[in-house]
Ligand binder design. Structure first.
Ligand code: WT7
Length: 634
């Protein structure tokens, strides 16, 4: 199962092969996995419908490949290390054999609650080992998991449960986050008032709160697994059967359920993991993401376990009990590969380097970043103080929709350039398109980042609404998958991601649609309308700037503050704390064209602090409003 490329020359060879003979290239990789029935065709696709299928008619179960396959040779190797929020609490260490038994046991518990192949299960849990168990247990029996990040509000959970028509929710009483504890079960209870599809709720006891249990619906985790066998045969899944749904924000409307499938996702998660991180058999690998996001799915759970790696999960936050926690944990467990987000690096940078200099960080070999462009200053800090100038930094560009890392360095093999994601992985064919959709072939250019050929873990659909998938990703440029990002390609062909070109804001590596936040703001009764844009934020990358029109514009400072707090509260209720607008400017009107379209370009320039660069405003319905907005800018 070693899928690793070992030199940059080999990368170039493999890349060329993957373009000249994609089927042969992927067949070589895919056949190293355990298939219940071999596939009879590697790939079939068209980007018009779109319809993409990989490893056709193969039967497989991703957990058989992530667990059972390793038992003989790695049964006693650590599969999972869990570092708790409280540094004084004991870490959990499970071998492959132990994780296998836990997953089987919980899979049997799910079956006993009448969860069957194809049923959707929403998981809303803390970053504890049982979250990994829950995810894998679903996959084991062919149930479709949909993990919802534990920072989302009741309203947001309800939306997702309804969209997925989930039959079960798995949650916990609450979670530990630094010095705080946060309720989860109570939030689920509130959400479920609007979710008749949910029949059962399994509740893990994480913080000892003994929450109220609903008779006939709620089952404590311990009770659910009582008497369950620790062996459960993996359900044979078709390659193209759904593995999971993960909701993500787009430029319009409600979040959409990105669908990934068993076969293709499995192959690409393992292949990309081993190559990007250059994982070696005895390494300890740590990704600090939350399993509620795609990064956690692919690079805490599936990629590492499929590769027989030791993967670490962390319950806490980077600043608890102090801003040296990440580095203390790296030393404590001897972490070899460390993967985090630029926003975390910037936040820690702000506390000064003393916190990092007190740890040796000797074990580190490869550092990674993900989620947003990394600025050069943060890159250098990471390189010098964390990597001691000896660790390559892999800047990994990818998306929920791509399932795995698409453009990135491969450990120490690839040339490295700050703020550049670099070269595409073998099998990935990025192109830059101009306004008219024409491919720009030269180097030293900039354009819309698209893919002209499928890869095994490309999204298959958006759950329940295939047309939305087609329109969002495959209709802008015929025959291409459109990423929504703009990118540059330098003289050497290295890619640098500039950022979103659609109405998506990236706050601390989390994606929000401007429309989604506007809808949340508008849910407050005092609001008439609103417009949201992103602006550069030192730590979060982008912050949320909202222009709000109210029924009665608040005038005195205390009324303004109250109104702001109320609006923020509404957003927290509708989406969650992670979507809090940083700045709210009350305005008497929004700049609109004569046809009623909001001119966001203007609002963006004001939010960015560049009101002298508004450009052409002659098509505005009411130019006076711009003057007022510029004057009142925050
Ligand atoms: C968007 C995808 C993929 C896991 C985390 C985010 C931005 C992602 C990078 C990077 C510059 C990046 C893009 C992309 N992004 N990685 N290395 N450099 N930008 O997943 O929520 O699906 O967001 O994040 O804008 O489109 P996501």
């Amino acid at each position: 199962m070693d899928l690793k490329i070992n030199s940059f020359d080999e990368y170039k060879e493999q890349y060329a092969l993957s373009v000249s003979d994609p089927d042969g290239f992927w067949d070589n990789i895919a056949k190293t996995f355990t298939w219940r029935r071999p596939y009879d065709k590697v790939c079939e696709w068209n980007f018009d419908e779109p319809s993409v299928k990989w490893f056709l008619n193969g039967q497989v179960n991703i957990t058989e490949n992530a667990l059972d396959r390793h038992l003989e040779t790695r049964g006693n190797k650590l599969a999972l290390i869990w570092e708790p929020n409280d540094p004084k609490e004991r870490a959990v260490r499970w071998t492959y054999r132990e994780l296998h038994a836990k997953v089987c046991e919980f899979a049997n518990a799910l079956k006993a609650q009448d969860i069957n192949k194809g049923d959707r299960v929403v998981i809303y849990m803390p970053m504890i080992p049982e979250l990994t168990v829950a995810v894998l247990a679903c996959a084991r029996i062919g149930a479709v998991h949909s993990v919802v990040f534990a920072g989302f509000s009741a309203h947001a959970i309800a939306d997702r449960i309804q969209d997925a028509q989930a039959k079960m929710v798995i949650t916990a009483d609450g979670l530990n986050r630094g010095a705080k504890q946060v309720p989860l079960k109570r939030v689920v209870d509130e959400a479920l008032q609007a979710c008749p599809s949910v029949e059962k709720v399994i509740v893990y006891d994480c913080v000892g709160w003994e929450p109220k249990m609903v008779d006939g619906r709620d089952i404590p985790w311990d009770q659910a697994i009582r008497g369950m066998a620790k062996d459960c045969p993996p359900t044979a899944m078709d390659s193209e059967d759904m593995l999971f749904i993960l909701y993500t924000s787009g430029s319009t409307g409600k979040p959409k359920g990105v669908v990934h499938t068993h076969g293709g996702y499995m192959v690409y998660a393992a292949y990309s993991f081993q190559n990007v991180f250059q994982y070696e058999e005895s390494d300890i690998y740590w990704c600090t993401a939350d399993i509620g996001w795609i990064t956690g799915h692919s690079y805490i759970v599936y990629g590492p376990l499929l590769s027989g790696a030791t993967t670490m999960m962390f319950e806490g936050v980077p600043t608890y009990p102090d801003p040296g926690r990440f580095w203390q944990v790296c030393d404590k467990h001897g972490v070899n590969q460390f993967y985090t987000a630029p926003t975390a690096i910037r936040a820690l940078m702000a506390y000064g380097e003393d916190h990092v200099l007190s740890y040796s960080l000797d074990s580190l070999k490869v550092l990674g970043t993900v989620g947003e462009p990394i600025n050069e200053e943060a890159w250098r800090w990471y390189h010098i103080h964390v990597g001691k100038e000896k660790c390559p930094i892999v800047d990994t560009w990818w998306q929920t929709e791509t399932g795995g890392i698409m453009i990135s360095g491969l450990g120490h093999l690839s040339p490295m350039k700050p703020a550049h994601a670099g070269y595409p992985l073998p099998g990935i064919q990025p192109v830059l398109l101009d306004q008219e959709g024409k491919e720009i072939k030269e180097n030293g250019v900039e354009g819309y980042l698209c893919m002209k050929y499928p890869w095994p873990s490309i999204l298959r659909t958006t759950y329940g609404d295939h047309e939305r998938c087609r329109v969002t990703y495959f209709s802008h440029y015929k025959g291409h998958y459109f990423t929504g990002d703009g990118a540059k390609r330098d003289e050497n062909g290295m890619y640098r991601i500039i950022g979103r070109v659609d109405d998506v804001i990236n706050v601390s590596g989390h994606r929000f649609g401007t429309a989604e936040i506007e809808n949340a703001i508008n849910a407050n009764g005092i609001v008439v309308e609103s417009a949201v844009v992103g602006y550069p934020h030192d730590i979060k990358g982008q912050g949320i700037y909202a222009y709000v029109v109210c029924e009665d514009l608040p005038k005195d400072p205390s009324a303004i503050e109250t109104a702001r707090a109320e609006i923020v509260e509404t957003v927290v209720e509708q989406i969650g704390k992670i979507a809090k607008p940083e700045k709210i400017q009350f305005v008497s009107g929004l700049p609109k064209t004569r046809s009623g379209k909001i001119m966001r370009r203007i609002l963006r320039k004001v939010a960015e602090g560049e009101p002298d660069k508004l450009g052409d405003t002659s098509t505005l319905l009411d130019p006076d409003v711009v003057e007022e907005i510029v004057k009142g800018a925050l």
